[in-house]
Design a protein around this ligand. Structure first.
Ligand code: PLP
Length: 504
C-alpha cells in the first residue's frame, strides 16, 4: 500500500486518509507518495472510459487505503450535474491543437475539479480513521480557490471553512462570488496584503503548536484546502489521463503519440498533477509551465535560480500572481530527494532564493517554461478569437501562447520568450484551460475592443453581447445576490479570526 511521506524527510508515514486529514506533514514539509504507482489498466483498455471511470481508477491508484466503494461514492457525488458539461472536462480541437476546459463547475474555474471532491474525501477519511474531531479548513486564495472551497465545504457537517483573500488582489467578480457565499460554516476575510502574505499567514497558523494544541483540546483540527493537500492534488491527475484518452478516442492522436501539455501556472499544483500523470504512464512530451509577469518559475526552469525577492506585480491573470509556488517543493523532492529539499527550502526562507546545480537542472527536462506580459496576453485572446472564434480567459491565453504560438521553440528548447511566434509544426499541444472567460470579463473586453462598462458585472454583459458565448450559471446575476461577508483584516489578525469563531 502506498504511504505518504514528507518532502523534508523524517520517519512520518501516513495513509492517504491520514494525509488528507492532516494536510501538511508534521515537520512542515508537503506530503508526497513514497513512490509513483503505475496505472493498473492499460491505456488502450481505458479509451472509452467516462470521466468518472477515469477518476475512480486514478484515485484508487493513489489512495490505496480507501475501498473501491468509498472512492466510487466520492467520485459520483462530486462529478455530477453540478458541472454544466456532461463530460465534466470537455476537450475541444482548436486548429491543430487542443483545449481542455476545466471550468464547467460551480465557480467557473478549474479549482472546482478538486474542491468538489475534497470534502467527500475528507469526511470519508475521518470516518475511516475513527476521527471524531471537527475540522477547520484554512485557505489562502488568489481568487479562485476560495470560492471553490466555499462551494465545496458549505454546510458539510463537522467542518468550518475559513477563506482569506487579498482585498485588492482579486477581481470584482471573484470577490463578489466569495462574499455572497451562503452556509453557516463559511467564513470569509479580505486581507490587507497580497496573496503571498495571506498564504504565509495560513502557514504560520499551521506551524503554531500552542494554537493547535488548544484547538485540539476543544476537539478541533486544522486542515487545508490549498493545493498542498494531497486530496486536491490527486483528483487533478485524473483529468490529464482522461484528456489523453479522449484525444485517442476521437482519432485526434494515435495511441502512444506524444502530446505536450501547456498549463497556466501559479502555485504549481495543476502542472504537478500533469507530471504525476506522466509518471503514471501517460505519454506526455513537455510539460510547459506558463507564467505571467511574475515569472519566477520561468526563471527557475530556464536558469536553475528560484528568486522570490523581486517586485510583485498585479496582473490581468491574478490567479497566477504568486512568487512562492508551494507545490514546487514536491517536484524538488521527486527529483532531488528530501535532504536537498531541506537545504533549498532553508535557503528560500533565509535568503528569499535558492539555486540548483547544472547537473540538477538536467533532471528538469520534462519541463519547459514561458511567460507573457499583460499586453501579450490580451493580444493572444484577440488573435485567437478573431482567427478561430474561440474565446480564452487571460490565464489560459498565456498557456495557449506558450504551448501553441511558441511551439517550435519549445520543441527545440530555445528561449521561447526571445524567439517566440515562428511556425506551428511539431508536437501537438494540449492547452489546459483554467477559467471561464467571464471570470475576467473586464480584461476580455479590453482585448476585444468592447466597451467595459462601469464594473465587472457590466463587462460580463457586454462581453456576452459581443461574443454570444454562454455565461456560466454560477456567474449569472451575481450582483443581485446579498453580501454576507464584510470583514477586512490585517494578516496579523488571521490567527484571531479563527479563535473567535472556533471558541465561540
Ligand atoms: C489557480 C489558478 C491557476 C494556477 O493553478 P496552480 O495549480 O496554482 O498552478 C491558473 N489559472 C486559474 C484561473 C486559477 O484559478
Amino acid at each position: 500500500m502506498i504511504e505518504y511521506i514528507s518532502t523534508r524527510g523524517g520517519a512520518e508515514r501516513l495513509t492517504s486518509a491520514q494525509g488528507i486529514i492532516q494536510g501538511l506533514a508534521s515537520n512542515s514539509g508537503l506530503l508526497v507518495p513514497e513512490n509513483f504507482p503505475k496505472l493498473p489498466v492499460r491505456l488502450e483498455d481505458m479509451v472509452e472510459y467516462s470521466y468518472q471511470d477515469v477518476a475512480k481508477l486514478v484515485m484508487g491508484t493513489f489512495f490505496q487505503d480507501f475501498t473501491k466503494e468509498e472512492i466510487a461514492q466520492c467520485v459520483d457525488r462530486a462529478y455530477d450535474s453540478k458541472f454544466e458539461a456532461e463530460d465534466i472536462a470537455p476537450i475541444t480541437k482548436v486548429g491543430d491543437d487542443f483545449v481542455m476546459e476545466l471550468y464547467h463547475g460551480r465557480t467557473a474555474a478549474f479549482k472546482d475539479m478538486a474542491l468538489s471532491i475534497l470534502p467527500y474525501l475528507l469526511t470519508t477519511a475521518l470516518k475511516k480513521t475513527g476521527d471524531t474531531s471537527k475540522v477547520a479548513i484554512l485557505t489562502a486564495t488568489s481568487g479562485d480557490t476560495g470560492k471553490a472551497a466555499l462551494e465545496g465545504f458549505a454546510n458539510v457537517p463537522r467542518t468550518e471553512i475559513f477563506v482569506y483573500y487579498p482585498k485588492e488582489g482579486v477581481s470584482q467578480v471573484q470577490e463578489r462570488q466569495m462574499v455572497c457565499q451562503e452556509g453557516a460554516n463559511t467564513h470569509v476575510y479580505g486581507i490587507k496584503g497580497n496573496f503571498d502574505e495571506a498564504q504565509r499567514g495560513v502557514k504560520e497558523i499551521f506551524a503554531d503548536k500552542t494554537l493547535r494544541e488548544e484547538l485540539g483540546k476543544s476537539g478541533v483540527r486544522l486542515s487545508s484546502a490549498n493545493s498542498i493537500n494531497i486530496g486536491r492534488l490527486v483528483p487533478q491527475v485524473a483529468y490529464y489521463v482522461y484528456a489523453y484518452l479522449k484525444l485517442v478516442e476521437r482519432g485526434w492522436i494515435s495511441l502512444g503519440e506524444k502530446v505536450n501539455v501547456s498549463v497556466p501556472t501559479g502555485n504549481f499544483g495543476n502542472i504537478l498533477a500533469g507530471y504525476y500523470a506522466k509518471n503514471l504512464g501517460v505519454p506526455f512530451g513537455k510539460l510547459i509551465c506558463a507564467s505571467n509577469k511574475n515569472n519566477v518559475l520561468w526563471e527557475f526552469i530556464k536558469t536553475g535560480r528560484y528568486n522570490a525577492k523581486r517586485e510583485f506585480y498585479q496582473t490581468n491573470s491574478p490567479s497566477m500572481d504568486i512568487l512562492v509556488s508551494s507545490n514546487l517543493e514536491r517536484l524538488l523532492y521527486h527529483l532531488y530527494g528530501s535532504e536537498r529539499v531541506g537545504e533549498l527550502m532553508a535557503d528560500l526562507e533565509q535568503n528569499g532564493e535558492f539555486t540548483i546545480t547544472s547537473k540538477e537542472m538536467e533532471k528538469l527536462s520534462d519541463f519547459e517554461a514561458s511567460f507573457a506580459t499583460e499586453e501579450e496576453t490580451l493580444e493572444t485572446i484577440e488573435k485567437l478569437y478573431r482567427g478561430k472564434d474561440y474565446l480564452l480567459d487571460t490565464h489560459t491565453a498565456i498557456a495557449w501562447r506558450a504551448g501553441v504560438e511558441e511551439k517550435l521553440d519549445i520543441d527545440q528548447g530555445t528561449n521561447v520568450h526571445e524567439h517566440g511566434n515562428r511556425n506551428k509544426k511539431g508536437v501537438k499541444t494540449l492547452v489546459v484551460s483554467t477559467a471561464s472567460p467571464y471570470k475576467f470579463s473586464e480584461s476580455l473586453c479590453v482585448a476585444l475592443g468592447t466597451n467595459q462598462g462601469k464594473n465587472g458585472f457590466e463587462a460580463m454583459k457586454n462581453l456576452h453581447q459581443a461574443t454570444g458565448v454562454k455565461i456560466p450559471q454560477g456567474l449569472e446575476n451575481l450582483e443581485e445576490r446579498p453580501i454576507r461577508h464584510t470583514d477586512v483584516i490585517e494578516p496579523s489578525g488571521m490567527r484571531y479570526s479563527i479563535i473567535e469563531v472556533l471558541k465561540a
